[in-house]
Each structure stands twice: as structure tokens, then as C-alpha cells.
Design a protein around this ligand. Sequence first.
Ligand SMILES: NC(=O)c1ccc[n+]([C@@H]2O[C@H](COP(=O)([O-])OP(=O)(O)OC[C@H]3O[C@@H](n4cnc5c(N)ncnc54)[C@H](O)[C@@H]3O)[C@@H](O)[C@H]2O)c1
Length: 359
Amino acid sequence: MTAENEVKKVSIGLIGVGRIGRLHAENIRYRIPNAELVAISDIDVLAAKAQADKLGVKNVGADYSKILTDETVQAVVICSSTDTHAKMIEEAAAAGKHIFCEKPIDHELSKIDRALAAVDRANVKLQIGFNRRFDKNFRRIREAISQGEIGQPRIVRITSRDPAPPSIDYIKVSGGLFLDMTIHDFDMARYLTGSEISSVYAVGAAKVNDEIASAGDIDTAVITLEFSNGMMGTIDNSRQCAYGYDQRVEVFGSAGAVRAENQLHNTTLVAKQDGIRAALPLDFFLDRYADSYLVEMTEFVDAVRNDKRPTVTGRDGRVPVLVALAAMKSMKDRRAVKISEIDTLASPFKTQGIHKLDL
Ligand SMILES: NC(=O)c1ccc[n+]([C@@H]2O[C@H](COP(=O)([O-])OP(=O)(O)OC[C@H]3O[C@@H](n4cnc5c(N)ncnc54)[C@H](O)[C@@H]3O)[C@@H](O)[C@H]2O)c1
């Protein structure tokens, strides 16, 4: 291949090497041929150095702003804690970097809108880490719906239960179950139905442990959804599930239903006189959604290289936060809450009244 037609790799700086940052760093380094990991930053500089040494990355430090001023960096991948995302998005956009940012952008709408405005002004790409859209099973459900395979879709049912609750320290800064955990399910609901959620009714309680209640949070919830296109939906969540990580989805329509079951450790069935035993579901999100994390980053790199619209946009990052805030209000007021009650800022990023999403 000559230098002229050689396709350039996207050079990436990654911020935050915690659980999800390490996973993205390794995918970029080893599994995405069109990307190059050139810089790593974490306020825990020892963690940053350990990851950089492991992956052979030379540019490493505690201060992420060095990544933003590095002219060789084309895109940043933000994997630091949630409270840093909005500010980093604003600064990265101002520095002309394309941005992949983990969910959620922030818990406050005004901060989200400021970050999205900065991205618009700079005309850079922004993709938000709603990785479940890239799972092959959920993509197949979306395809079945959009191809009319189940006729007119009527009900979406999402079950999302974690194997065990996170630490109380995590719970305290998480923003609560709806903003931390259900946010993925709100995104899934929009993605599968191709419609905006118009109202929510949520009930929830702390059933798993008293410490969660003392931290002011819940660990068990059921949410009823209404969509702008007339569909209905339910989400049920638990922070604890005796048989592991339970991730199932069903969409029911006039001509049939389409369903994704759990992915199990293996597909072996042991049949005996007293019953048939299957393996447990894959342990947690890093295993269950491993493929989806790779596909989402590959598509982000492709969007940057080929000037395409990212698969999950800034607006897609904004709406599930709105829905989570509506669910919190609904639970508190014990009534259905319209999304329009929450989306009251004069914002160019509103999506109200949209019946068909551009997915
Ligand atoms: N998409 C998903 O499935 C998924 C899964 C897990 C976490 N997340 C999101 O990813 C983010 C990180 O979660 P995690 O579980 O990896 O957390 P974590 O606590 O394991 O890691 C966060 C890292 O960010 C670093 N950090 C904090 N502030 C920083 C700063 N100013 N500059 C540089 N580094 C900084 C911390 O030192 C830490 O190493 C959260 O927003 C979370 O919601 C998404």
C-alpha cells in the first residue's frame, strides 16, 4: 500500500482507567485496527501508569488537559466518573477533539445542554456509551420491529437485574437507581420502539438491604412507560438477583413477539429424572456485553474516520436522563409524570413530540 492510499488510524487519548476505561483501552489497543491509543490519563496516576505500561502507551499523566492540548490526539474517550463528563465534553469540544463519553453525560439537564451546545459549536462528533444498542440480540429485535416481522408493535418488556448491589460508597454518588442503572433500560426502550417515551409511572423500594434505604436510594423498581407512538412498556429492575445477571427483552406485536433471552455460560442442558438444568447467565456487564463494547467503539472510530453520524448521539444521551428524572418524580409523587413536565428548559435539544426516532 502506498503512503497516499494508506488509511490513517484515529489517534485516541483515554481519560479514566477504572472498570470501563481499562476495557475500552484494551479494545482500542488490541482489537480496533483503525485506531491507535496514544495517551492515557487518570487522577490516580499509578493506575494510569500501570495501564499505559501494559498497553505500551508513552503519553501518560494525571492531568487530562494535556491530552486536550496534544495536537496529535484526534479523539478522546471519557471514562472517568460521571461528575467529570459534562465539563470534559465542553473542554474537549473547544479543543476540536471528537468525543466518546461514557453514560450518563450528567445528572443535571443544564450541564448536559451546555456540553451539547459546545459540541454543536465545535462541530465535532459525540457518541455516548449506551453500549446495549450494539448487542447483536437487541439489534435483531430492533430489526424485527422495523421490518414489520411482528406486525404493529404494542408492548415492550425489559427485565434488568444485577447479580449483587454495588458498594454503599458507589450508591451514594450514583444519582440513584433510575439515573445509574435504569438509564440503560430507558435508552433500550427508545431504541427498540423507535419512539420517544411520553410518560412514566414508577414504583420502587429498598428490598435488598437497609443501607441502601439509609443512603436514600432504592434497589427494586417497576416502571410503566407510555410512548409517543402509542406503545406501552414495562421495565423491572433489581440490584440483586439470586441466579445472576438477568437481561431479557421482549416486544409483543399484532403479528407475533420477538424476544432475547439471557446469554448463558454454556448451552449444555443436564436432563435427569428430577428436572432439566441449564447453566447460569453470564456473570455481569463486562462479560455479558463484552461484544457490544467492542462494536460501539469500532463504530465510533468509523464515524470519526468516515465523517458519519455517531450511532448514539448527544441527544440520545440527554433523553434517558430526562426519563430518569421523571421516574424519580413519579415515585415521589405517586403518579404518572409526563416527560414534558421535566423538559422545561428552553433547549435546542428537546425531542418532545417526536413519534419516530432517526435511528
Ligand atoms: N456503559 C456501561 O456499561 C458502563 C459500565 C460501567 C461504568 N460506566 C460509566 O463509566 C464511568 C466510569 O465508571 P467505572 O465503573 O469505570 O468507574 P471507576 O470508579 O472504576 O473508574 C473511574 C476512573 O476515573 C478516574 N477519574 C476520576 N476523575 C478523574 C479526572 N478528573 N481525570 C482523570 N481520571 C479521573 C478515577 O481515578 C478512576 O480510575 C461512569 O460514568 C459510569 O457510569 C458505564
